[in-house]
Design a protein. Structure first.
Length: 385
């Protein structure tokens, strides 16, 4: 069964060009599933509770809330619907504007669009690559209702400054922490800074349930509303009665069983990922044109991805380096395209920092299962150009 779980979790990485990959190919990310995942999934199967009712769902929610330092966690079927549910539950919809960083995965903007609201794209700062508070201030209008700071690639957004702006303009703060489980500012973890936080447990995230997501909040009324809405808006005290349109966004007990096992080892994953990032920095130190995101004082970057910028005088452009790495058995990924350059969201108001970072950014293999020897090999290939 362990092999079956591993194969299912790795499916996204095995689907394309598999026949061209050498046996020792280093993928961009491989989940670690060698804890209690198999035992807990088997236990859930034997119990008969395999859908959204089951003890592992409650356990995962309670333990994840405790990890994030919040009062409530609400499990859902994936990270995108976590964002959509949070925005919808806050009453944001048609005619409203929501501030979103330009440099993020498209799901952040899509979730806003699903509610009928309009995503307004904000540039990022060149140091942390996260939402720039100064550009946020410039883009607030009377229609702005919320902002969605993204903790990009594991580095927290500047939450104190963003919360101050939100308080000044009476805006909701919805954290997109899909890539930043365990990241922190002054010891306070992501998911506990906004009115609500959202997480993804996709197969390439710091902890995984295959698919899955979570909302975190200290607002008891908001947590209760999200729980009700994720189950077709059916109130717990009146079965099959629906006062409004809801959603089927529930997490299964099987997924939660994997999540509980993953959460048991999250501190190991985080320590290993920081060690991998440090080794990348050490091995690439002094290489002209290769730079890393800075870790701001007081911030804890969890390095979901080992991310670099590739620029002159490095001899290869980013897009030329990618096939070189692949020819040597190393996977990599370019940064996200700025959302304001995509056809559904194209804007006449540019985000120049996001555009520059997008054109030169590269994510290197970042699995917690990477060995020091593999990291050293990857860096040797980059050094050789």
């Amino acid at each position: 069964m362990e092999r079956t779980i591993q194969q299912l979790a790795l499916f996204p990485y095995l689907e394309a060009q598999a026949s061209e990959r050498p046996p020792d190919f280093i993928p961009i990310y491989t989940p670690s599933l060698d804890g209690h995942e198999e035992a807990y999934v088997c236990d859930a199967v034997r119990s008969g509770w395999i859908s959204s009712l089951g003890s592992y769902v409650t356990r995962f929610e309670e333990e994840f809330a405790r990890f994030c330092g919040v009062s409530h966690a609400v499990s859902v079927s994936n990270g995108t619907v976590a964002l959509h549910l949070a925005i919808h539950a806050l009453g944001i919809g048609a005619g409203d504007e929501v501030l979103v960083p330009s440099l993020t995965f498209v799901a952040t903007a899509n979730a806003v669009q699903y509610t009928g609201a309009t995503p307004i794209f904000v540039d990022v700062d060149p140091v942390s690559w996260c939402m720039d508070p100064e550009d946020v201030r410039r883009r607030i209008t009377p229609r702005t209702r919320a902002m969605v700071p993204v903790h990009l690639y594991g580095h927290p957004a500047p939450m104190a400054a963003l919360r101050a702006l939100a308080a000044e303009h009476q805006l909701w703060v919805i954290e997109d922490a899909a890539e930043a489980h365990g990241a922190a500012i002054d010891g306070r973890r992501t998911g506990g800074w906004g009115d609500v936080g959202t997480f993804s447990f996709y197969a390439n995230k710091i902890i995984t349930t295959g698919e899955g997501g979570m909302l975190t909040t200290d607002d008891s009324a908001l947590a209760a509303r999200c729980r009700m809405l994720r189950d077709h808006a059916m109130p717990p005290q009146r079965r099959y009665w629906h006062d409004e349109v809801g959603f089927n966004y529930r997490m299964t007990n099987l997924q939660a069983a994997v999540g509980v096992a993953q959460l048991e080892r999250i501190h190991h994953f985080l320590e290993r990922k920081r060690a991998i990032a440090a080794l990348y920095r050490q091995e690439l130190a002094g290489l002209p044109g290769i730079t890393f995101a800075a870790e701001r004082p007081g911030y804890t970057n969890v390095y979901w991805m080992a991310s670099i910028q590739v620029a002159p005088p490095y001899p290869l452009a980013r897009d030329a380096l990618i096939p070189v790495l692949r020819s040597r058995g190393i996977d990599s990924r370019p940064f996200f395209h700025p959302l304001d350059t995509l056809p559904p969201y194209r804007s006449d108001t540019p985000c120049p920092v996001a555009l520059q970072l997008s054109r030169s950014g590269l994510n290197l293999p970042s699995s917690p299962t990477l060995t020091d020897e593999q990291v050293t090999y990857i860096c040797a290939v980059i050094r050789a150009g």
